[in-house]
Design a protein around this ligand. Structure first.
Ligand code: AHM
Ligand code: MG
Length: 374
């Protein structure tokens, strides 16, 4: 008989013949374990360990990888802000937070009320944490100084997927944490490659509010419970190397460069084309939701460079969208490029720099990137 420790919800419901809870009195403090018998393999018993909360996870993870407590405190501050944002998103029209703010951000994009609210919630929270030296946001033209002595820089997109806010489709907060280099804080302090990130994550405001967190030692997934606690529900998800699912805004096809035209044409050709298999397409128009789908079941996400506006090579931003999500994708076994080089190796030139994005399942990203290098 094999006894496995994990979460019983890893077994399909139909495979669990008996579930019961009992107290194991031999350990301190008394803990409740769930035991599931797998009917496909009766020799297997799965003992469900109690799922750690975010603070329990952080305590254990920081100690195990000898990471500074201050880093944990910055993560906790960001997550507390995300919980507040989650509450606002959930209320929607009831809290009067939907609709346009009537202003534009640095990239000349119309701001939604919730973009502005989420941005302010994050700035207010981070301003109270002495470990934060400064922050940069999609909604702020310049960086914001917080505490000269602070050790960390936080970069974020307060609410990604703005076009979905008013229609009750998933949106999310994306964040990246860097160490502040020595010396006075300047824009240059933030311009570090994605590999330098000490942590990144996102909170997805979907049917469930979920937090995905990476401190460069694997990826942990948490779900917000009814009591307002983030509880770890998955550890180290692995992105399948191969996939049959792609995500791209097809309406821009005529503006793409020839390699991207070729790549998508090959996918659309299906079984009879050079790739020899049929592909399915998804487009949520919230990058954070697309990347979560890829983390859970694989896929490839692209927002390529296109010829619509020479001043905008790609739509997405390197520092607070592509880099943090690329770190998570890489740590989960996927990969990410700008069609030429690894996303995480790009040396940034500006806080709001745009970048072409190809990320997800390794086989597809490598193939699409190779086409661009020929
Ligand atoms: P935002 O940060 O202003 O919300 O813009 C980024 C979003 C991504 O989440 C998404 O992948 C993309 O823009 C959608 O673009 P499109 O409008 O071309 O579908
Ligand atoms: Mg965004």
């Amino acid at each position: 008989m094999r006894v496995e420790y994990g979460h019983a919800n890893r077994l399909p419901e139909s495979n669990i013949s008996t579930q019961f809870k009992f107290n194991v009195t031999a350990c301190e403090p008394y803990q409740t374990f769930q035991v599931a018998f797998n009917t496909d393999n009766p020799q297997n018993i799965l003992i469900e360990l109690p799922m750690p909360t975010l603070s329990q996870f952080l305590q254990q993870h920081l100690a195990e990888h000898q990471l500074p407590a201050e880093l944990g405190s910055v993560v906790s501050t960001i997550v507390q802000a995300c919980q507040t944002i989650s509450g606002q998103v959930r209320q929607g029209a009831l809290a009067g937070v939907l609709g346009e703010a009537g202003s534009s951000n640095v990239q000349d994009e119309a701001q939604k009320k919730l973009d502005v609210i989420a941005n302010q919630i994050l700035i207010d929270s981070l301003s109270t944490n002495p470990a934060v030296a400064g922050l940069a946001s999609e909604e702020e033209e310049q960086f914001v100084s917080i505490n000269e002595q602070g050790r960390y820089l936080v970069l974020f997109d307060p609410l990604d997927g703005s076009s979905n806010i008013d229609i009750n489709i998933s949106v999310g907060t994306i964040f990246s944490i860097l160490e502040k280099p020595a010396g006075p804080l300047s824009t240059q302090s933030f311009l570090q490659s994605g590999r330098a990130q000490v942590a990144s994550g996102y909170t997805l405001y979907g049917p469930q509010t979920q937090l995905v967190l990476c401190l460069s030692h694997g990826v942990a997934v948490f779900t917000l419970d009814a009591g307002g606690q983030f509880v770890q529900t998955q550890l180290n998800p692995k992105i399948p190397q191969a996939t049959r699912e792609f995500a791209i805004n097809m309406s821009n096809q005529r503006h793409w460069q020839p390699p991207m035209q070729q790549y998508i044409a090959e996918l659309l050709a299906g079984e009879t084309g050079p790739r020899g298999k049929n592909y399915n397409m998804r487009w949520v128009a919230s990058m954070v939701a697309e990347i979560h789908r890829i983390l859970m079941r694989g896929g490839i996400f692209m927002y390529p460079k296109d010829a619509r506006d020479p001043a905008k090579p790609g739509k997405l931003r390197l520092m607070y969208e592509a880099n943090p999500l690329s770190l998570i994708i890489e740590q989960a076994g996927g990969t990410s490029t700008n069609a030429r080089e690894s996303m995480l190796d790009i040396q940034p030139e500006g806080l709001h720099q745009r970048v072409a994005v190809i990320m997800g399942s390794r086989e597809e990203v490598d193939y699409a990137t190779r086409l661009h290098q020929q």
